[in-house]
Write a protein that binds this ligand. Sequence first.
Ligand code: 13P
Ligand code: SF4
Length: 335
Amino acid sequence: MNSVQKAIEEEVYQIGYIAENIDPTLDLFNEIATLKREKNAIILAHYYQDADIQDVADYRGDSLGLARQAMETDADIILFAGVHFMAETAKLLNPNKKVIIPDLRAGCSLADSCPPYDFKKFREEHPDHVVITYINCTAEIKALSDIICTSSNAVKIVESFPKSQPIIFAPDKNLGAYINKKTGRNMLLWNGSCMVHEIFSLEKISKIHKEYPESKIISHPECEEHVLAISDFIGSTSALLRYTKESESSSFIVVTEPGIIHQMQMLSPDKTFIPAPPENTCACNECPHMKLNTLEKVYLTLKYERPEISIPSHLCEKALSPLIKMLELSRDLSI
Ligand code: 13P
Ligand code: SF4
């Protein structure tokens, strides 16, 4: 079966399984634990997942932590509770393991903002540039990159090149601009962005800060420059989490996807975490892709071992090489 046929089959399967009624008396936490044991499966969950999913996971983390775990695990099955590019990364690192995802449709607006055909042309127009690509991209884009980075190691990866080296940074223009500022570089930026981090309302964040003047504004570097400019701390999800634990401050306005607040609250039960609101009428700013995954889907995915991630064979080696370079270069980086 080729990869297109496989993708179609997975979609047909998914439509069927979403409709499956789960016995409401089932204790899904127990069922999932049993399935994990029986199948030698591991659940890796990103911090933006629902609290229930984070609670059943064997490991929760940011993109770098999750990639490291995926590389180190000796489980036979990896259930990746996150979005497609993350599960694809786990599959690239484990071509012989089964990698499954609760909802195959869980994409990423940032990854979508970088179509491979256009990116290849862009790269060819700048042959003297090295291509550093944020991990939030498809395997096709990884295969067109020299090295990958995450928000945890981006500065280190960029600084591993001499200042005189021209660099293309893709796909997130906000993270790229932030790193340009931090490292004094002038990297050429792809014009991509994350729909979640771009719609935070500066006005509403400032209003909340006036109500809680002692609170710290903490932001992910995928946010726009004007939001970063008023932030007390900027970092990857794991850096934000660590900051809230170590800070003497007792209240925080959290300017990233609010799923991370579950771990913040667990580590610091006495502190207050206020999710930053977006421009629209919602009170918090959830990633619609991440939130496609549910505990029910985690259970069914583990039970049927599907939907499964597959990567066209011609991409595997090319997309893996810049990922391995990233992992080697940031081996001593603690997150
Ligand atoms: P990190 O968790 O690596 O900071 O990435 C955030 C993100 O946007 C994931 O989609
Ligand atoms: Fe993609 Fe943004 Fe959602 Fe992360 S939060 S998965 S970058 S759309």
